[in-house]
Design a protein around this ligand. Structure first.
Ligand code: SAH
Ligand code: SF4
Length: 404
């Protein structure tokens, strides 16, 4: 592991100029209208900005040579192309990278929300795990994010900015140079370092539906960031009323955090189950627009020792999913300080996965990635907070010494 947290004190300034990076086409048109660009010109100008911001990854208006000098100057006077700050980066021996990103404060009282983002390189793809909220209102008992109280929803702009930051950090825009990491980041002609996105960071994406779907429209726009909808997966703990709408409006892949095969256990692991029990959840999955054998729904199942990992539960899982075009993802539990759970033993996971495999489901166990940098939900933030607390203590000590 390299590059531990840069635990700087939080006193981010209010950004003087709003950034255009991360805005939707409608948002850019509004920004142009606000500086007096006439309506008949706006579409064309939005197209130009779009190309520079999302295709080229421009960080300065000066680069935008097909936009007149006068308009470039007006843009620069009112707006910026800044990205949120990367406060900490950790790089795992397996190439997994974790960034703690601080969003600019939204008002004078806001210290700047911090969220985490994980990048997982594999030989044929690079997956970015993004957050949709700061914290989470839900309280799944095995999830560290569930212990943090929600600070706020992220805006579509802040969700898109996570990909822009990742592309910057990975040298993934045209003309940039990727970091030298011994070939772990996928690269080559026409290969993107970030090819896939999963909404599996902090937060429940379907509780921030409008911003998440707006962000997806920017991420998948063919003239900009150009991610395929089939390579974006939205993971939900089971917000049943929004599942169909996600398929209709965003058309992305769906992942369900199932984790239990009966309502009694799921009520304790994923308390939202009391509102939307397993039967309703699976009905929504059966009706998910676009689901088919070539577009399967992923069912996530976290392996908790002695809680949900028996062979009988593996068989029940297979039975439950009959008739749903499904993939099963067994996730070894990633422990965090203070948790009551442990990860199942490897033999138990193998036995469980054999039952699932023999029932016809491929690739069941998600290899733990970035274990050395605690690349699980909510952990970078808490680690950094610990470092900060230590730094603060050290400062207090100094104060005391000074006072003596
Ligand atoms: N709120 C959404 C998306 C974010 S959580 C959801 O719950 O689906 C992304 C995935 O990580 C979920 O499947 C979640 O159950 C799982 N997860 C959370 N904490 C975990 C931990 N400590 N170890 C392993 N997986 C965890
Ligand atoms: Fe929220 Fe998902 Fe964690 Fe549950 S698992 S607390 S829904 S982030």
């Amino acid at each position: 592991m390299t590059d531990i947290a840069l635990a700087t004190p939080i006193d981010a300034p209010l950004h003087a100029k709003p950034s255009l990076v991360g805005l939707t086409r409608a948002g850019l048109a509004q920004a142009l209208a606000a500086i007096g660009v006439p309506e008949r010109e706006q579409r064309m100008r939005v197209g130009q900005l779009w190309h520079w911001i999302y295709f080229q990854g421009a960080t300065s208006f000066d680069a935008m040579l097909n936009i007149s000098k006068v308009l470039r100057a007006t843009l620069a006077e009112h707006y910026g192309l800044s990205r949120p700050e990367v406060v900490a980066q950790q790089v795992s021996v397996d190439g997994t990278r974790k960034w703690l990103i601080r969003m600019p404060p939204v008002d004078a009282r806001d210290k700047g929300a911090e969220i985490e983002c994980v990048y997982i390189p594999e030989s044929d793809r690079g997956t970015l795990c993004v957050s949709s909220q700061v914290g989470c209102t839900l309280t799944c008992t095995f999830c560290h994010t569930g212990t943090q109280k929600l600070v706020r929803n992220l805006s579509a702009q802040e969700i898109v900015q996570q990909l822009v930051v990742a592309r910057d950090m990975l040298g993934d825009f045209p003309g940039q140079t990727p970091p030298d990491d011994g070939g772990l980041i996928p690269a080559g002609e026409g290969v993107r370092a970030v090819s896939n996105i999963v909404f599996m960071g902090m937060g429940e994406p379907l509780y921030n539906f409008d911003e998440v779907t707006d962000a997806i429209s920017v991420l998948t726009d063919g003239e900009g960031l150009s991610l395929s909808k089939r390579r974006i997966t939205v993971s939900t703990s089971g917000v049943v009323p929004q599942i169909g709408a996600l398929g209709e409006e965003a058309g992305t892949m769906l992942a369900i955090s199932l984790h239990a095969t009966n309502d009694e256990l799921r009520n304790t692991l994923v308390p939202l189950n009391k509102k939307y029990p397993i039967r309703d959840l699976l009905d929504a999955c059966r009706n998910y627009p676009g689901a088919s054998n070539s577009r399967r729904i992923t069912f996530e199942y976290v392996m908790l020792k002695g809680v949900n990992d028996s062979p009988a539960e593996a068989r029940e899982l297979v039975r439950l999913l009959k008739g749903v075009p499904a993939k099963i993802n067994l996730i070894p539990f990633n422990p965090w300080p203070g948790t009551q759970y442990e990860c199942s033993d490897w033999e138990t996971i193998e036995k469980f996965s054999d039952i699932v495999f023999n029932a016809g489901y491929a690739s069941p166990v998600r290899t733990p990635r970035g274990r050395d940098i605690l690349a699980a939900c909510g952990q970078l933030k808490s680690e950094t907070e610990k470092l900060r607390a230590r730094a603060r203590l050290a400062l207090d000590d100094e104060d005391e010494i000074a006072a003596d």
